[in-house]
Design a protein around this ligand. Structure first.
Ligand code: FAD
Length: 400
């Protein structure tokens, strides 16, 4: 029986493998590390004595590709599309609440914003320019609504972030109403919710780092790993589901990888535990979001290019000085700082235009990853969608 080899057990590779194995294909996944999940994973931190995620991941109730991979019993979905904010400069608070209906309507509004001026802003996002050039960045609603949204969704500074990609995200979420924009939390960590339900059913070979792909007759014909080689049969196929830079190293005809932006997460072990996961947007601080789950309080800082230059202790102290009071004050508790230096590619209009499609120059080789041209920024939804897309394109192109 012919096989489909998938390289990379991140969300995109797992999505491709799920789709194809459900369609009866023989699928084997190769992953260089000893665990699945890639940039979306949970691990046991020896110092904290706790399981933590590599970074907080926000997904919304309309993200149907990533939700297709999830174990629903591991998720907590809020009733309303409600997002609490606090401005740490003056302690003012507000909630952005899109309700739970199927029309875009704000029941609770951020300062300076209402349904009409936000809809009017949305209309201006149809040009392929940075969002800071499309909207009025001196308005109150820029600070209270657009800036936190852009950083969270794009992990790219607003003077670079593509307005069109933000528009695409809004068209699938807030523009469809609160029902489709409710935050989804992983109750017991990312791996249990999104990775293990799929990875547990697959044949995954760990510790297998792909180095090169050889081709003949316009087809991938040999996989060269660090310590093994596999000859592909005529009917075999390959999906490369690697981050942009690693994919380009192996397949130099792919577009060159652009700059990547870091995301920092600081996890504090707290004395008190929360029953249901919580999330608060932070304004006027280095810290952007505070997530609480059980006895872990985690702070996310997106597009953290400057801050990532500092050592972990400096970062933790700075963040604690900003959020400590929200967590009961006192001395800084035990912490773990995770700097994901290459978290996501810088999603500018220019870079977005270079993203390739799932098909490659070789007949039996297909590409997946959050950087493929899905119309979405580098997100879990984009990664899962790219995997499903690669699987579907493979089946159509190879008539299987
Ligand atoms: C800190 C952080 C916070 C984030 N927050 C959010 C968020 O809030 N919401 C959201 O939607 N998204 C978020 N993202 C983005 C999201 O995690 C990614 O878009 C997604 O996980 C990418 O999946 P992928 O399969 O494309 O790539 P990866 O997860 O990078 O998977 C690629 C896999 O390939 C393996 N590999 C690499 N080279 C080789 C090789 N040569 N041979 C074999 N295997 C190899 C890697 O080990 C990895 O397992 C965040 C990312 C980070 C890092």
């Amino acid at each position: 029986m012919s096989a489909v080899y998938i390289i990379g057990a991140g969300i995109s590779g797992l999505a491709a493998a799920k789709r194809l194995s459900e369609q009866g294909e023989k699928v084997i996944v190769f992953e260089s590390t000893d665990h699945p999940g890639g940039r979306c994973r949970t691990f046991f931190d020896e110092n904290l004595g706790l399981e933590i995620d590599n970074g907080n991941h926000l997904i919304l109730s309309s993200n149907k590709s990533i939700l297709e991979m999830a174990d629903a019993s591991q998720l907590y979905i809020t009733k309303n599309a409600a997002f609490d904010f606090i401005d740490l400069k003056n302690n003012s608070t507000w909630t952005v609440d899109g309700g739970r209906g199927k029309i875009p309507w704000l029941h609770k509004k951020p300062p300076g914003a209402n349904t009409w001026n936000l809809l009017n802003d949305y209309r201006k996002l149809n040009r392929n320019i940075p969002i800071a050039d499309a909207l009025d960045t001196s308005s109150a609603r820029w600070d209270s609504f657009w800036l936190p949204l852009v950083l969270a969704v794009m992990n790219t500074p607003p003077n670079e972030a593509s307005a069109k990609l933000v528009r695409n995200v809004l068209s699938e979420t807030l523009l469809r109403g609160g029902h489709y924009s409710r935050p989804v939390f992983a109750l017991n960590g990312l791996s249990k919710a999104f990775v293990e339900p799929v990875a547990g059913r697959l044949d995954i070979r760990y510790g297998a780092t792909l180095k090169r792909v050889e081709a003949s007759n316009n087809k991938a014909s040999k996989l060269i790993f660090r310590d093994q080689e596999i000859d592909l049969k005529t009917d075999d196929a390959l999906i490369v589901a690697l981050p942009w830079a690693q994919a380009h190293n192996i397949l130099p005809s792919l577009p060159k990888p652009p700059e990547f932006n870091p995301i920092i997460n600081v996890h504090f072990k707290t004395n008190s535990s929360v029953q249901t996961p919580q999330m608060t947007g932070l304004i006027g601080s280095h810290a952007h979001w505070l997530f609480r789950r059980k006895n872990v309080a985690s702070v996310t800082i997106s597009a953290a290019n400057q801050l990532a230059q500092n050592d972990s202790d400096t970062i933790a102290r700075l963040v604690w000085s900003e959020v400590g009071n929200l967590l009961g004050g006192g001395n800084m508790p035990e912490y773990r700082v995770i700097k994901e230096k290459s978290a996501t590619f810088s999603a500018s209009p220019k870079i977005d235009a270079t993203r390739p499609s799932s098909a490659s120059k070789l007949e039996n080789l297909f590409i997946a990853g959050d950087w493929i041209a899905t119309g979405l920024p580098a997100t879990l939804e984009g990664a899962a969608r790219s995997g499903f897309l690669a699987a579907d394109v493979l089946r159509v192109c190879l008539r299987r």
